[in-house]
Write a new protein. Structure first.
Length: 145
Protein backbone atom coordinates (compact mmCIF):
# COMPACT_ATOMS: atom_id res chain seq x y z
CA UNK A 1 0.00 0.00 0.00
CA UNK A 2 2.82 2.41 0.77
CA UNK A 3 4.30 1.96 -2.72
CA UNK A 4 0.92 2.71 -4.30
CA UNK A 5 0.53 5.87 -2.22
CA UNK A 6 4.06 7.01 -3.05
CA UNK A 7 3.50 6.35 -6.79
CA UNK A 8 0.22 8.28 -6.70
CA UNK A 9 1.95 11.19 -4.96
CA UNK A 10 4.77 11.10 -7.50
CA UNK A 11 2.32 11.15 -10.44
CA UNK A 12 0.41 14.04 -8.83
CA UNK A 13 3.66 15.96 -8.35
CA UNK A 14 4.69 15.54 -11.99
CA UNK A 15 1.22 16.44 -13.28
CA UNK A 16 1.14 19.54 -11.08
CA UNK A 17 4.65 20.55 -12.16
CA UNK A 18 3.81 20.14 -15.86
CA UNK A 19 0.58 22.14 -15.52
CA UNK A 20 2.31 24.83 -13.48
CA UNK A 21 5.01 25.31 -16.14
CA UNK A 22 2.49 25.87 -18.96
CA UNK A 23 1.51 29.48 -19.65
CA UNK A 24 -1.15 31.44 -21.45
CA UNK A 25 -0.42 32.96 -24.85
CA UNK A 26 -2.36 35.85 -26.36
CA UNK A 27 -2.10 36.80 -30.02
CA UNK A 28 -3.54 40.04 -31.38
CA UNK A 29 -4.02 40.05 -35.14
CA UNK A 30 -4.43 43.38 -36.93
CA UNK A 31 -5.13 44.22 -40.54
CA UNK A 32 -8.00 41.78 -41.10
CA UNK A 33 -10.54 42.63 -43.79
CA UNK A 34 -13.81 42.89 -41.79
CA UNK A 35 -15.88 40.85 -44.23
CA UNK A 36 -16.97 37.92 -42.03
CA UNK A 37 -14.39 35.44 -43.35
CA UNK A 38 -12.31 33.42 -40.91
CA UNK A 39 -8.94 34.40 -39.52
CA UNK A 40 -6.86 31.43 -38.37
CA UNK A 41 -4.01 31.55 -35.85
CA UNK A 42 -1.75 28.59 -35.09
CA UNK A 43 1.27 27.88 -32.91
CA UNK A 44 3.62 25.63 -34.86
CA UNK A 45 6.34 23.50 -33.29
CA UNK A 46 9.51 22.52 -35.21
CA UNK A 47 8.33 23.36 -38.76
CA UNK A 48 5.88 25.58 -40.62
CA UNK A 49 4.08 22.53 -42.04
CA UNK A 50 0.44 22.20 -41.00
CA UNK A 51 1.26 18.88 -39.33
CA UNK A 52 3.36 20.83 -36.76
CA UNK A 53 0.61 23.33 -35.99
CA UNK A 54 -1.39 21.47 -33.35
CA UNK A 55 -2.48 24.52 -31.34
CA UNK A 56 -4.89 26.74 -33.23
CA UNK A 57 -8.10 28.70 -33.31
CA UNK A 58 -10.19 30.66 -35.79
CA UNK A 59 -12.60 33.59 -35.55
CA UNK A 60 -14.81 35.46 -37.97
CA UNK A 61 -13.37 38.83 -39.00
CA UNK A 62 -16.05 41.35 -38.02
CA UNK A 63 -13.44 43.99 -37.17
CA UNK A 64 -9.85 44.63 -38.38
CA UNK A 65 -8.41 43.49 -35.01
CA UNK A 66 -8.98 40.08 -33.44
CA UNK A 67 -7.66 38.66 -30.17
CA UNK A 68 -6.84 34.99 -29.69
CA UNK A 69 -6.05 33.24 -26.40
CA UNK A 70 -4.32 29.91 -25.91
CA UNK A 71 -4.24 28.41 -22.42
CA UNK A 72 -1.68 26.05 -20.89
CA UNK A 73 0.87 26.28 -23.70
CA UNK A 74 3.96 24.24 -22.87
CA UNK A 75 7.23 26.22 -22.86
CA UNK A 76 9.03 25.77 -26.19
CA UNK A 77 9.94 27.54 -29.41
CA UNK A 78 6.93 28.13 -31.68
CA UNK A 79 6.31 29.93 -34.94
CA UNK A 80 3.02 31.81 -34.81
CA UNK A 81 1.10 31.87 -38.08
CA UNK A 82 -2.04 33.84 -38.93
CA UNK A 83 -3.98 34.09 -42.17
CA UNK A 84 -7.36 35.27 -43.38
CA UNK A 85 -9.22 32.62 -45.35
CA UNK A 86 -10.87 34.79 -47.99
CA UNK A 87 -12.19 31.90 -50.08
CA UNK A 88 -13.37 29.63 -47.26
CA UNK A 89 -11.15 26.61 -47.98
CA UNK A 90 -9.66 26.45 -44.47
CA UNK A 91 -6.12 26.62 -45.84
CA UNK A 92 -3.73 29.39 -46.84
CA UNK A 93 -3.96 29.50 -50.62
CA UNK A 94 -0.63 29.79 -52.43
CA UNK A 95 0.48 30.39 -55.99
CA UNK A 96 2.39 27.73 -57.92
CA UNK A 97 5.55 29.44 -56.67
CA UNK A 98 4.40 29.09 -53.04
CA UNK A 99 3.53 32.78 -52.60
CA UNK A 100 0.55 33.30 -50.26
CA UNK A 101 -2.53 34.53 -52.11
CA UNK A 102 -4.40 35.53 -48.94
CA UNK A 103 -3.48 37.96 -46.13
CA UNK A 104 -1.02 36.31 -43.73
CA UNK A 105 1.45 37.04 -40.94
CA UNK A 106 4.20 35.20 -39.09
CA UNK A 107 5.90 35.91 -35.79
CA UNK A 108 9.08 38.00 -36.07
CA UNK A 109 7.68 39.37 -39.36
CA UNK A 110 9.22 36.32 -41.03
CA UNK A 111 8.61 36.21 -44.76
CA UNK A 112 8.79 39.96 -45.35
CA UNK A 113 12.09 39.74 -47.20
CA UNK A 114 12.18 36.14 -48.38
CA UNK A 115 10.78 32.69 -47.90
CA UNK A 116 9.97 32.19 -44.21
CA UNK A 117 11.47 29.34 -42.24
CA UNK A 118 10.68 28.00 -38.81
CA UNK A 119 13.96 29.45 -37.55
CA UNK A 120 13.19 32.98 -38.78
CA UNK A 121 9.66 32.86 -37.33
CA UNK A 122 10.33 31.02 -34.06
CA UNK A 123 9.73 32.76 -30.73
CA UNK A 124 10.44 31.37 -27.28
CA UNK A 125 7.43 30.90 -25.06
CA UNK A 126 8.36 30.37 -21.44
CA UNK A 127 6.42 29.21 -18.39
CA UNK A 128 4.75 32.63 -18.13
CA UNK A 129 3.35 32.45 -21.67
CA UNK A 130 3.49 35.62 -23.75
CA UNK A 131 1.70 38.32 -25.71
CA UNK A 132 2.26 38.65 -29.45
CA UNK A 133 1.10 41.02 -32.20
CA UNK A 134 0.78 39.98 -35.84
CA UNK A 135 -0.18 42.27 -38.72
CA UNK A 136 -1.82 40.59 -41.70
CA UNK A 137 -0.50 41.62 -45.10
CA UNK A 138 -1.08 40.65 -48.70
CA UNK A 139 1.70 40.05 -51.17
CA UNK A 140 -0.57 39.36 -54.11
CA UNK A 141 -3.60 41.59 -54.49
CA UNK A 142 -6.67 39.67 -55.53
CA UNK A 143 -9.91 41.03 -56.91
CA UNK A 144 -11.95 39.26 -54.20
CA UNK A 145 -10.28 41.04 -51.25
Amino acid sequence: MKALSFNAALVSFYCFTAAASAGDVSVTVTGAIPNGTRVFVALCAKTLESSSCHIGESKFAQTPTLKFAFENVEPARYAILAFQDLNGTGTLERSKLGIPLEPFALSNNAGRTGKPTFETAAVSIGPGGGDFQLGLRSIVHRSDQ
